[in-house]
Structure formats: C-alpha cells, structure tokens
Design a protein around this ligand. Structure first.
Ligand code: FEO
Ligand code: CA
Ligand code: CA
Ligand code: CA
Length: 663
C-alpha cells in the first residue's frame, strides 16, 4: 500500500478513565448534547413527548423510533453541510418495558393474543427515522419539527425487492403474487451510504419476528426462524387487520393458508435496503419507500460500507453477517464508477435509479482468510465450484442458472465454497486514501481451542474451517482466540477495487488489561471488549482517526467501565504474508478512550460533520438515562440519579473551542 506523504495526525486529548454512571463522559474541553431521543415528534400532528405518555400507533409513526443504531448524514448543500443536514437513523429494536411503562408493561407478551394497537405501535417503533437537523449560532443542535424530509419507514412500510431475487418464485406471497414487494424492514442494525447520496440500512436480527411450525425451508433453519411464538408475538394478532397485516408473521403454510399464504414472507427479509433520504423515489411505485438490494446477499447483515472509490473501476461494498462463525462478504458492481453519478446535495432526482445501475448487477464474494496472511474472495455464482468439486447450483439443489437461489441460500453457499467462519463480523470502515478495510469481530463464545494453543501465532495452517452457522468452530489464524470474549479488529488491503485477493492482519485485540491473552498490550486507560461500531474519519488529506465503539458483555472490562468510544491513528505498517501474526505496537500506541456511555447502554452509530467539529454517536438501550433530554454536559463527571423511562438517543460531541474533534 501507499504511505501518505503527510505527518500522521496526533490525538489532541488525554485518554479518560473508565466510568460506570448514568451519564456520558467526555474529555476535558468537550461537551455532549442529547439529541432526538426516542419519541421526539417529527411533525406537529401528535403533540409532545412526556414521560407518562401512552404510546399509540399514530404517535409512534410520527416520532423518532426506538433504540438508535447506525446513522448517516446527507447534506442540503455543500456550503451548509456542517450546519444542517438530513439524518437517516436506524431504530434497531424495541424495549417493551420502556415502550409500555405507563401501563406497567406489554399485554400478553408471555402468552395469549397481543392487542392490535400494541402490535401496530411496536411495528412503528422499528425501522428508520429520517429527520432534518441543524445547528444554531450557539452550536446547539436540534431537529426541525415538520420538515418536509421528516418521515418514518417501519416494519409495516411497503418496500420493493430489487436485483435477482425480485420476481422469483422464492418471494411470491399473498401480498405480492409476482414476488416484487413486501412490507417493512426490520432490526435495522448498522448502515452504509453510497457515493450517489443514498442511505443503506441493514436487516440483522429479523428472523425473530417470524415463526414457521412445519414445512420449513433449509434457509429457515439456517437463519433461525422461530417455531412456536415469535419474539413479540405479533402473529397472535392475525385475526385483526387486513391483507395479512399480522398473519404474515406466521409463515407456517397450514396455519396461514386461511388468511393467505405467507410461507415465503421470511425470504423477503435479510437484505441491504437502499433509501433515498431526499425522498424522491420515482423509480419505484409511489407507495414504496425503498428497495431491498438482493444481490448483496441474504443473511443477518450488520451493515454495508463502500470501499475506496476510483473513477473507471467498480464500486464495491463490504458487508458482514453478525452471527457466530459466519462470514464477511464483498460486492463488486458490474458498472464502473462514473463521477457524474455522484450525489448532488439537496436536488430532487431519482437516486434509486442510479443505485440500480451499481447494485443490481455485479458479483457477490465471500472471504477466505488464509493462515499465511493472504486471502481470497470466493464468487457466489451458480457455476462456482464447491470445496468438494461440485457445481454450486447442484450442491444447493437449484437450477443451473438460478442466481436468486444462490442469494436466498447465501450462507449455505458460502459454507460450500470454504469461507472462513469469523468471530461475529460487525461494523466495517475504509480508509479512502489507502483503501485499507477495517472490520470489528465482536466476540465468539462458540470458538474452540481445538488444534491450537491459546497463544497467538500464525501456525494455523492445519486447521480446517467448519463454517456451519451457529455450530462451534475451531480457532483459525484470523480468529485465533478460543471462547473469544473480547473480540478484535481485523484489517485487509486489496490491490484494486475489483480484486479477488487481499492481504490481512489483526489491527488490535480487545482485552482486559490483566488478561493473559492481552495481545495488544492494553492498559486500564484503553482496555476494551466487544468492538462493534467503527468509523475511519478521513480528513481529506490522507489522514484520519479510526473510531471504535463497544457493545460489551465481558466482565473483565465491564467491571471497570461502561461501553465506550476509543480513537486511534492507525500507523502505516505492512500487511501481508508473515505480518498477520505481528501485533504491531505502533498500531495501538495512540489508542485512547474518548467517551464513556451511561449504565446499561451500548455505544453505536458514528459520523462527524464534514468539518469534523460535531461528532454524532448513539446511546442504545440505556438503563436509566437521560434524566434531562436537554442536558448539555461539559466534561461530565456528574451522574443523574433516580429512575427514568430510558430513551435511546443521539449524542453530539463538540469541542468547547469549536475545533475539530479528536485532534
Ligand atoms: Fe445489531 Fe450486530 O449488532
Ligand atoms: Ca452492532
Ligand atoms: Ca454488538
Ligand atoms: Ca444493539
């Protein structure tokens, strides 16, 4: 790779100590402002939030959804991009105790039929929030209630399928006889964005909203569709509503037949979904809000991140499957990048049509990480050759040219090609100067020591990858720690955007400072576990900070601190054969703890304004926070007390002197 001709950035703050309070803690000289907590109205139709508000389908459909996760910003003009923008925000899942707090909890969650209004409200609490944000002259951010951009996309919103699965028999339902449409997107975890100005939102733990009692497909088992009762019991409202509004959550052919056949409904989920945040969707019917890009694979997508962009070369995206011993994928467009397709901020035109050009034709690959520090992208096509020498279409039992069948069965196809089972791939990010890709591997309780000592060496060449979904897999070179509770960040480098080979190493291993497998030499001031959110904040001159967020369940670190944001300036070390086992101390020399979240939360979602003066993060599933949604905390050491109805929120971190964050 290239070494930039500029001095690396130096972090301009001191690492903060761990914290276990009901507050956000930031370094000296910084502030943290709570913004758009769950339930913030998006328009003036439903009144104001109050702590004792009883949620209704109407109120929730017109206000910010629950449990903020991935997010991104879309400028209204180049000039104003750091003062105002459209925010697209994932609302990953619901917290029933907070949602139904005024009535003491949900009705019939443990058994019996759920009331229709509660089900509709829960459906409306999931999905995506789109809201215009702006900053005033005092650098306080707020949402613009009633902006024409403000809207919600929920688990009930009509959405079209796009790419090879569209129109196939795999996705015919009573709702869509031609297999082109479905309702909703669900468990939108991490995100991505495109160079043409659209938002990507990714369907992660969606299998839990469906049941199928009999006649199950192989992919129902592989992805974990439930059997008796779904996670929230929405299917128990099936006698209510019309057109299968709730019956669709029971995909059992016999049970659903009286109200329409929804055996294929789960096959309309598990995708990367593209949304035009500017609201112009003329390439699809006026009732649909987004397109599911089926060519990027079907699994529990964490997120989807664009690779280094080069004129005249393919556009690439990286996406991981967050489940134990699942895989990392890369999509390579058939069309080469034309800068004329770049986003024109604020203009109304058909961005999803540009998305179709780049995301509906191309090749999906899955990663094999070899023990010598090299790797290969394995093409998932019907004519690919499996490890045991068969044609992939034959091995899957599908038609010879059935690309839709490959995509419906993405995970099984990846098994058969010999992909490397990973320690739960979560967020990825790309240094746009070097093209280096980073991805968090958060943890893996189903990783065994078989064949390898609990020390980190590159001597893993004898280990066969099992790759069997939730089954246990032995350590391999890229996932070298058994019962991996603390996770790691892996990095790879490719010779070009469309390359099918790469070189990799481990960038940093999470650990508690005192652990025997603290391979990266972490101390009390930067120990962390379960890396999850990740963002390389390219500063436009070949330099940048890598931000790491955590979602930690490892007591070794949790006993010391809540979840956190760390920052590091990656050194430019070599990556490749022989280097993958080298934990280069320069890589972690500047790893510093930047912020700590409130009790009970995970920290997720991250970007900054183009001028890098406002860093946006999300606090998901806080236990008892925020007591005051307008709090603007300076170097917060103060903790709130008492019991509040917790609300996931966005938090904006700024420097008191108005300068760029981190430096
Ligand atoms: Fe929704 Fe894998 O985090
Ligand atoms: Ca995550
Ligand atoms: Ca996580
Ligand atoms: Ca989460």
């Amino acid at each position: 790779g290239d070494t930039p001709d500029v001095e690396p950035l130096a972090l301009g703050f001191e690492s903060i100590r761990g914290s276990k309070t009901d507050a956000i803690v930031v370094p000296e000289g910084y502030t943290a402002q709570v913004l758009i907590p769950w339930g913030t109205p998006l328009n003036n139709s439903v009144g104001q939030w109050s702590t004792d508000r009883r949620m209704t389908p109407e109120y929730q459909a017109a206000s910010v959804g629950m449990n903020h996760d991935g997010m991104y910003h879309f400028p209204l003009s180049e000039e104003s991009a750091s003062r105002e923008f459209i925010m697209a925000l994932n609302n990953e899942y619901i917290d029933q105790s907070a949602l139904w707090a005024p009535q003491g909890g949900p009705t019939n969650q443990q058994g019996g039929d759920r009331p229709v209004d509660e089900v509709r409200t829960e459906i409306n609490a999931y999905g995506i929030t789109i809201v215009r944000l702006s900053k005033n002259s005092d650098n306080i951010w707020s949402s613009d209630t009633g902006s024409r951009y403000n809207r919600r996309i929920t688990t009930g919103t009509p959405i079209e399928l796009s790419g090879p699965v569209r129109g196939s028999d795999y996705v015919v339902t009573a709702y869509s006889n031609d297999g082109t449409r479905t309702r909703g997107t669900n468990n939108n975890c991490a995100n991505g964005f495109t160079p043409w100005g659209t938002y990507l939102t990714c369907e992660e733990n969606w299998p839990g909203i469906f049941i199928k009692n009999s006649d199950r497909y192989a992919d129902d088992d592989r992805l974990g569709i439930l059997r008796e009762r779904s996670i929230w019991g929405w299917e128990t409202a099936a006698s209510q509503g019309s057109n299968g509004e709730f019956a669709r959550f029971d995909a059992t052919p016999a049970a659903a037949s009286a109200r329409g056949d929804y055996r294929n409904e789960p096959r309309t989920f598990g995708y990367v979904v593209e949304i035009d945040p500017y609201g112009n969707t003329t390439s699809v019917s006026t009732e649909t809000a987004a397109l599911k890009r089926t060519l990027l694979g079907r699994f529990r997508h964490e997120g989807c991140w664009p690779g280094k962009l080069t004129e005249g070369e393919p556009v690439v995206f990286y996406t991981g499957h967050d489940a134990r011993n699942e895989y990392i994928y890369k999509f390579v467009s058939a069309a080469n990048w034309d800068p004329a397709d770049a986003n024109r901020p604020g203009e109304d035109y058909d961005r999803l049509a540009i998305g179709s050009k780049y995301m509906d034709e191309g090749t999906l690959y899955v990663a094999r990480f070899d023990a010598d520090g090299s790797g290969e992208w394995l093409a998932l096509t019907p004519d690919a050759t499996t490890q045991d020498g068969r044609r992939l279409s034959d091995a899957l039992g599908i038609g010879a040219d059935d690309m839709a069948g490959v995509l419906i069965n993405t995970c099984d196809a990846a098994d058969m090609l010999g992909a490397t089972p990973m320690d739960r791939p979560e967020w990825g990010t790309v240094d746009p100067a070097s093209g280096d890709v980073y991805m968090t591997l958060t943890n893996n309780s189903d990783r065994t020591a078989e064949g390898m000592a609990a020390t980190y060496t590159d001597d893993a060449s004898s280990i066969e990858a099992l790759g069997a979904g939730y089954d246990t897999a032995p350590v391999n070179a890229a996932n070298p720690r058994p019962d991996n509770e603390a996770g790691q960040v892996i990095r790879w480098r490719e010779p070009s955007a469309g390359a099918t080979t790469f070189e990799w190493n481990i960038f940093v291993f999470g650990a508690a400072a005192g652990d025997t497998d603290n391979f990266s030499g972490l101390t009390e001031l930067n120990q962390f576990a379960s890396p999850d959110g990740l963002w390389y904040d390219d500063r436009g001159d070949g330099r940048g900070i890598l931000w790491i967020e955590t979602d930690n369940g490892y007591d070794g670190v949790l006993d010391y601190t809540n979840d956190q944001v760390l920052a590091v300036v990656p050194s430019t070390v070599s990556i490749g054969p022989g280097d993958q086992a080298v934990v280069n101390p320069d890589d972690q020399a500047q790893l510093r703890r930047f912020a700590v979240g409130p009790n009970g939360c995970e920290v997720t979602g991250i970007f900054a304004t183009p001028d890098r003066t406002s860093l946006f993060i999300n606090i998901q599933h806080p236990g008892n926070w925020p007591a005051d949604p307008n709090q603007n905390v300076q170097s917060a050491t103060e903790a709130t007390s008492g019991t509040v109805r917790p609300r996931a929120s966005t938090v904006v971190i700024q420097k008191l002197d108005g300068g760029a964050v981190g430096v």
